[in-house]
Design a protein around this ligand. Structure first.
Ligand SMILES: C[S@@+](CC[C@H](N)C(=O)[O-])C[C@H]1O[C@@H](n2cnc3c(N)ncnc32)[C@H](O)[C@@H]1O
Length: 344
């Protein structure tokens, strides 16, 4: 007989249902500006008048949001509410836009995919990843860890002195922007296969006044004509899972040949880590879910097998191969490798 009482599972089940609801309550509160409006105390009636929303639904939404701690009663006398807890934090944190993109991603992308998961597991054709909307959301969501990633990158020996940087799959160009703003005498080239995404990268670099030190080219990296030995640092930020493991050899050889002697390759990857810090922060569950999401697409591959990646890097000729972690428990890492002083 199990030592864990059935009540515990019953509670766990209720909390699971509640967390699903919380995601939707948050999205509605954000979409309708309700949390924003509740920065100041307001009663249900005041909110109804101000918003013209359906009174019964709005009152029920307020009660549901209150039970989840997203708003709280600040005046008992007329039941005035203010934004609270997680919703309050979401309004205030500088990472707000990326966190909202994660909520949108959950509902708009993960939801429909999981609905089809039974059939996908039975073998129906997997959908392609890549509409502009989905890619844009993914790019915004991935900015969540950008600052920590750039700090981790700076800890890799040799990165700070890099003058010529190539960013493969540069997305919205925010990594290149962050890097070039940190290293004032570096020049960056971003390669991005999605034309609309590349346009945003060009705009972001221009807004940061980096036009003279940056360039974005549209196209597929493997088909690009790039001179041998022309980069000190090559980045693959969250783009390795666009390449089938069977093609890593060709990809890494191409990268290797474009690096100067002692040039660096830094590959950013989320990792399903078993360590306590990662489990405690919820990263382990979320990166495992991300791996499932990736694999359920026709044109993406799962999170990389790190041992295999180390081996392929060494076989390609890289001399030093190491890892720098930057989320608790190593849930995200740079796997970096240095080309030898002399390629022969
Ligand atoms: C998940 S996004 C990451 C964007 C950015 N590096 C970041 O971390 O925020 C991956 C990007 O790589 C681009 N990409 C994937 N494979 C590529 C290839 N072979 N050549 C050029 N771009 C590629 C995709 O279009 C996409 O914009």
């Amino acid at each position: 007989m199990s030592l864990i009482p059935s009540k515990w599972y019953s509670r766990a089940f209720s909390l699971t249902v509640a967390s699903f609801t919380r995601v939707h309550l948050l999205r509605t509160g954000i979409a309708l500006g309700l949390f924003e409006s509740l920065r100041e105390p307001k009663t249900g009636n005041q909110l109804v008048q101000e918003s013209q929303l359906a009174p019964d639904l709005l009152q029920a939404w307020l009660r549901a949001a209150e039970t989840q701690g997203l708003i709280r009663v600040t005046r008992e006398r007329d039941r005035a509410y203010v934004v609270a807890g997680l919703a309050r934090w979401l309004l205030q944190t500088p990472r707000s836009k990326s966190l909202v993109a994660v909520l949108d991603q959950l509902v708009e992308n993960y939801g429909p995919l999981h609905e089809r998961m039974p059939e996908l597991l039975r073998g129906i054709e997997r959908p392609d990843f890549g509409t502009d909307e989905v890619a844009g959301r993914a790019a915004e969501a991935s900015r969540l860890i950008e600052r920590s990633a750039l700090e981790a990158l700076a800890r890799i020996p040799g990165v700070r002195g890099s003058k010529r940087v190539l960013d493969i799959g540069c997305g919205h160009g925010t990594y290149l922007t962050g890097l070039l703003l940190r290293y004032r005498d570096a020049h960056g080239l971003g390669i991005e296969q999605n034309e609309d995404v590349a346009e945003i990268a060009v705009r972001n670099l221009a807004e940061a006044d980096l036009v003279r030190r940056s360039e974005v080219r549209v196209g597929e990296f493997m088909a690009f004509d790039l001179d041998a030995g022309s980069f000190d640092l090559i980045l693959l930020n969250n783009s390795l899972y666009y390449f089938a493991p069977a093609t890593w050899g060709a990809l890494l050889e191409r990268i290797f040949s474009r690096l100067v002697p002692r040039g660096l390759l830094a590959i950013q990857v989320p990792v399903v880590s078993d360590r306590a810090g990662s489990r405690m922060m919820g990263h382990t569950a979320n990166t495992a879910a991300f791996d499932l999401y990736l694999r359920a697409h026709n044109n993406l591959y799962g999170l990389p097998d790190l041992a295999l990646l180390h081996t392929v890097l060494r076989e390609t000729g890289f001399e030093t191969v190491a890892e720098t972690s930057f989320l608790p428990g190593g849930a995200a890492r740079y796997l970096w490798a240095r080309a030898p002083a002399n390629e022969n």
